[in-house]
Design a protein around this ligand. Structure first.
Ligand SMILES: *Cc1c(COP(=O)(O)O)cnc(C)c1O
Length: 398
C-alpha cells in the first residue's frame, strides 16, 4: 500500500488539473490570426492556400486541400471515389467514430477488420478475410501515430482493386519505411482538431497525387461551385459562379490557416519534445508489470500523437474506467482511445456487431489508456503523471 489515493480523500499529486491534450498556442500564431482579422479577408483565401502548399511539401504530396476537419476529408474522399450504396469499406474498430460514420453517411457499409498486437493497427490478413465483391476501399488508421503495414495493405488493394484512403488524423509526422504518410495511399486525410499534433481549432487536410481528385475535392468542399469566393471577388472582374455538384461546406478559413502555418512550422520541433516525454514514460513504467508500454519498432517513424498504455486489469483491483477516475482525482486528465467502434450502439444496432466479434480490438478497448503527451507539458508535468500512475498502481494491484 502506498500513499492514500485522492479519490479516497488523500492529497492529489498536483494542485491544478493537467488537461489532456491541451493545445500549445504561441505568439507567432496569435499575431498571424490578428493580422488576418485586420486584413479584410477572413474566409478561404491566400493564407489557406499558403498553408496547403506548406503542407503538401511537408508530407511530400502533389496536392493538398485544406478543409474544416479530417471527417470532411474522409467523406469527400469516399465521395470523389464514387463510393455509395451497395459498397463496402473495410476499416479498424480501434478508431474514432468519424472513420466509420462517414462510410455510413455515404450509404455504404462499414466492415470492421480486427487489429494486430502489439501495434493496435488493422491487421492486413484480417482485411483480406473481409473482402467481398462489394468491397471498394479500405481505410487504414495510423493509430496513435504509428503507421500501418502499408506494403501489405497496398499489395492487397492492388490485388483486389481497392482504393486506399488513409486516416492520418494521428500521423502528420509519420513515415512508413522511406515514404512519408500523406504520399502513399490514394487519398490521405489529416486532422487539426484541438488535441492533434497540429492545431487550427477545427481543421483538416486531404492530400493526393491525383490532380483530378484534388480539384473535385476542392470544388465539392465549397458548395460544388466552379470558382472559389476568393477568386470570384479579388481577381480582376466579376466571375459568375456555376454549380457543378451539390457540394458541401467543408472549406478552411484564413483564420484557421493562420494558426496552421505557424503550427506546421514547429511540427518537427514539437515531435522531438513529445519523443522526449515518451521515452521518460517508457523508462518510468518499464518496471511496472501491470503496465504494457507502446512497442518501439524499426523501419517506421512514429508520429507520437498518443501515448497509450495497456493496463493489466486482471492484475488490478479496478477496471480501466475506474483507473481514469482515480487519475482525474489526482488532477491528471487522460483519454481512452478507443472504445472499439463495433461495440457502440449505432454499430451494434444497425450492423449486428457484438462483443466477441473482434477479440484483439476488445482486449485493447478494455485496457487502453492515453496519458498526456503534448509539447506544452513540462518535465514536472510528466513527473506528476508518472507519480500519479505509480500511486494508483501501488494502491490497486492484486
Ligand atoms: C480526431 C480524429 C478524426 C476526426 O478528426 P476531425 O478533424 O475532428 O474531423 C478522425 N479519425 C481519427 C482516428 C481521429 O482521431
Amino acid at each position: 500500500m502506498g500513499e492514500r489515493l485522492a479519490i479516497e480523500g488523500g492529497k492529489p499529486v498536483r494542485d491544478s488539473f493537467l488537461v489532456f491534450g491541451s493545445p500549445q498556442i504561441l505568439q507567432d500564431e496569435i499575431e498571424e490570426v490578428v493580422k488576418t482579422l485586420r486584413s479584410g479577408w477572413i474566409g478561404t483565401g491566400p493564407k489557406t492556400h499558403r498553408f496547403e502548399r506548406m503542407f503538401a511539401q511537408y508530407v511530400k504530396a502533389r496536392n493538398a486541400v485544406a478543409l474544416n476537419s479530417c471527417t470532411a476529408g474522409l467523406e469527400l474522399a469516399l465521395d470523389v471515389l464514387g463510393i455509395g450504396p451497395g459498397d463496402e469499406v473495410i476499416t479498424t474498430p480501434i478508431t474514432f467514430c468519424a472513420t466509420a460514420n462517414v462510410i455510413v453517411r455515404r450509404g455504404a457499409k462499414p466492415v470492421f477488420a480486427d487489429i494486430e498486437l502489439p501495434s493496435m493497427n488493422i491487421d492486413p490478413g484480417e482485411i483480406e478475410r473481409r473482402i467481398t465483391p462489394r468491397t471498394k476501399a479500405v481505410i487504414p488508421v495510423h493509430f496513435a501515430g504509428r503507421p500501418c503495414r502499408m506494403d501489405d495493405i497496398l499489395e492487397i488493394a492492388r490485388r483486389y482493386d481497392l482504393y486506399v484512403i488513409e486516416d492520418a488524423a494521428h500521423a502528420i509526422e509519420a513515415w512508413y519505411r522511406d515514404r512519408k504518410i500523406g504520399s502513399i495511399g490514394d487519398i490521405t486525410a489529416f486532422s487539426f482538431y484541438v488535441t492533434k499534433n497540429v492545431v487550427t481549432g477545427e481543421g483538416g487536410m486531404v492530400t493526393t497525387d491525383r490532380e483530378d481528385w484534388a480539384e473535385e475535392i476542392r470544388i465539392k468542399s465549397l458548395h460544388g461551385i466552379s470558382k472559389d469566393a476568393w477568386k470570384r471577388y479579388t481577381e480582376a472582374g466579376f466571375q459568375p459562379y456555376d454549380t457543378l455538384y451539390p457540394g458541401y461546406k467543408f472549406n478552411m478559413t484564413d483564420i484557421q490557416a493562420s494558426l496552421g502555418i505557424h503550427q506546421l512550422a514547429r511540427v518537427e520541433e514539437n515531435l522531438k519534445i513529445r519523443e522526449r516525454h515518451w521515452m521518460r514514460y517508457n523508462q518510468a513504467f518499464a518496471d511496472i508489470p501491470q503496465i504494457t508500454t507502446p512497442p518501439e519498432e524499426g523501419g517506421i517513424r512514429h508520429a507520437r500523437h498518443l501515448y497509450t498504455i495497456l493496463l493489466d486489469i486482471d492484475a488490478l483491483k479496478v477496471d480501466r474506467n475506474r483507473f481514469v477516475e482515480m487519475l482525474k482525482a489526482e488532477n491528471i486528465g487522460s483519454g481512452i482511445h478507443f472504445i472499439a467502434l463495433h461495440l457502440h450502439s449505432f454499430y451494434r444496432r444497425n450492423f449486428g456487431y457484438k462483443r466477441g466479434d473482434f477479440p484483439k480490438a476488445e482486449y485493447v478497448s478494455d485496457r487502453v489508456l492515453s496519458l498526456p503527451l503534448s509539447p506544452k507539458l513540462t518535465d514536472k508535468d510528466v513527473d506528476d503523471v508518472i507519480r500519479a500512475v505509480r500511486k494508483i498502481i501501488d494502491n490497486t494491484r492484486r
